[in-house]
Design a protein. Sequence first.
Length: 392
Amino acid sequence: MENGFWLILIMYKEIIKYRKLETALCLLNKLGFPIRKVRKVLKNNREYSLDEAISYLHSLKKDPGNSAIAGTKKKLSKYDLQIVIPVFNSASTIQTCIESVLKQETQFSVLVNVIDDGSTDDGAKIIKKILKNNKIKSKIDFKYTYQKNQGFSGARNKGLKSIEGKYIMFIDSDDMILPDTINNLLSYGIKNKSDIVEGSFDYFNSKRTWNGIHHLTRNNIDNLDLITGMPWGKIYKADLWEKVEFPKNYLFEDTIIKYLIASRAKKISTISDVVYKYRKSKKSISFTSKNNINSLDTFYVTKQCLEDCEKLNILYNEKLYNLTLEQMVVNDRRLRNFPKRIRLAVFTVSCNLITKYFANVRTNKDILKDIEKGIRQKNYSYFFVSTIEFKL
């Protein structure tokens, strides 16, 4: 009864937010309302063939079709850590970011690649002034590179063109790292021979700081749910980035982190130390993309990742299957503000991908079974309601 009460509250919230009659009826069905009375509503209002769905989506925005497989090669490791900071018109935040790196007191050798991705503000002047006036003695070397604008992927990839560190780390230009970040991550990673070490992080803005995701200290994680899919807040063994780069011309290019990087790691660790502060801004992609047709990239990049898995000999096993089920939820939520016909088309092609890559794989995770049922039955309404209850 208690569960039913909470489902009704969720149902009310979703009806107010999305005004979907299907939401109410589907949730009533899950509460035990006779299936025969809602069967017609539980069917998709508009069923696409695969070709129709693909054609329709491409008419809205064509799939960039850019692979993440690249000729990135690791050089001789001159540094313990290589940090890549992509910068674009970040004059208001870049000083805080770079100074958070300069203030690191560490026994490890560090190379920082600051990639100016065609900024048109005073960011370059600020960066050069900071580095020129830096009097902090450390083992941190800086390289500043300017390039014509190529977006987040192009900037990060520029920093990966020459891998000179044993470990790789990414920092966004409007964020910052905590004073002991490098020592905490590297000490744990080297001691435990971890391929990836992710720390805890907090959110902040100009007014306050609040809790983000705080991890327990765990070693040898085999569950991708226990780490985030963000590129920042963690260190990676450089070997993981050989032959891989961020795919160009996509939003949500960091989808590769779990698909192509973390899925190949032999040992993943988390630490409880807060190592990163992420700036919450209304200019971020999560805010600005809600009504932007380029948000279809969330689906296109997922499709591309599944294709690239084969090229990297990543097994289409239950771990990757669970990740893909969860990614379908993420994709649908990112497109929730779009007309249902668009979401249905994405769902149609996504169901086909599940059949193509995971024909004989099923989840053992109870939390994913309703998601799986909706996909396997190609019933978007059932899937939609399951995503309402599902917590990522």
